[in-house]
Design a protein around this ligand. Structure first.
Ligand code: URA
Length: 214
């Protein structure tokens, strides 16, 4: 597992701003910080991908370079995942993309809710690297459901799960249920509240990025 906040970097500023209830009033900045983190995750994940030798010609000569062999397929859970997805796509600019519409069904307690999924579109992921992003890894249930739904588009060679804030419980869940996936997170918080929101977390990522739902 990779945790951005474990080392001192500018990423910690983006994470702090995302959590800050005053700065959150600026939805543009909130989306931008998610996007910037998507770019940083893309950079970190790019170090684990395969490259092939190539050469480029500048106006003054030839240079051997090492270029990405295959671009990962980027998949996000709407709507909260869209800015993070855009950040990944800014760097993996030749990637194919998939989208999943998923939301929490009605629930009474933190242990009783189902994830409803009503939309999915994806290219084939057979033999490709897959990146699934969702800004909040709370219980892990939506990522698990999204991952299994994606498997109808093929078996990926490698799957990366990207989240901005994760809970300890969500990490344990993903590690237990999807041990073949590698997890990349911005930061990890200890608790979930009675509505399965991460505490302190940052609140409702979708509402903060795009406005409240009815
Ligand atoms: N989704 C959110 O937007 N926030 C959480 O804390 C958990 C799930």
């Amino acid at each position: 597992m990779f945790v951005l906040s474990e080392s001192n970097s500018i990423a910690n500023h983006f994470l702090a701003e995302l959590r800050d209830k005053d700065i959150q009033k600026d939805a543009f900045r909130f989306r931008k910080n998610l996007e910037r983190l998507g770019e940083l995750f893309a950079y970190e994940i790019s170090k684990t991908l395969t490259y092939r030798n190539n050469s480029v010609e500048s106006p003054l000569g030839k240079k051997d370079v090492s270029l990405l062999g295959d671009y990962p397929v980027l998949v996000t859970i709407m709507r909260a995942g869209l800015p993070l997805h855009q950040g990944l796509l800014n760097f993996f600019d030749k990637s194919e993309n998939g989208f999943i519409g998923a939301y929490r069904g009605l629930h009474d307690t933190k242990d009783h809710f189902e994830i409803e999924m009503d939309y999915i579109s994806s290219p084939s992921i057979q033999g490709k690297t897959l990146i699934i992003c969702d800004p909040m890894l709370a219980t892990g249930k939506s990522i698990e459901k999204a991952y299994h739904a994606m498997l109808r588009y093929g078996i990926p060679s490698r799957t990366h799960i990207v989240s901005v804030v994760a809970s300890q419980r969500g990490i344990r869940f993903i590690n237990a249920r999807m041990p073949e996936c590698r997890i990349w997170v911005g930061d990890i918080d200890d608790e979930l509240n009675s509505k399965s929101y991460i505490v302190p977390g940052l609140g409702d990522a979708g509402d903060l990025a795009f406005g409240p739902k009815n």
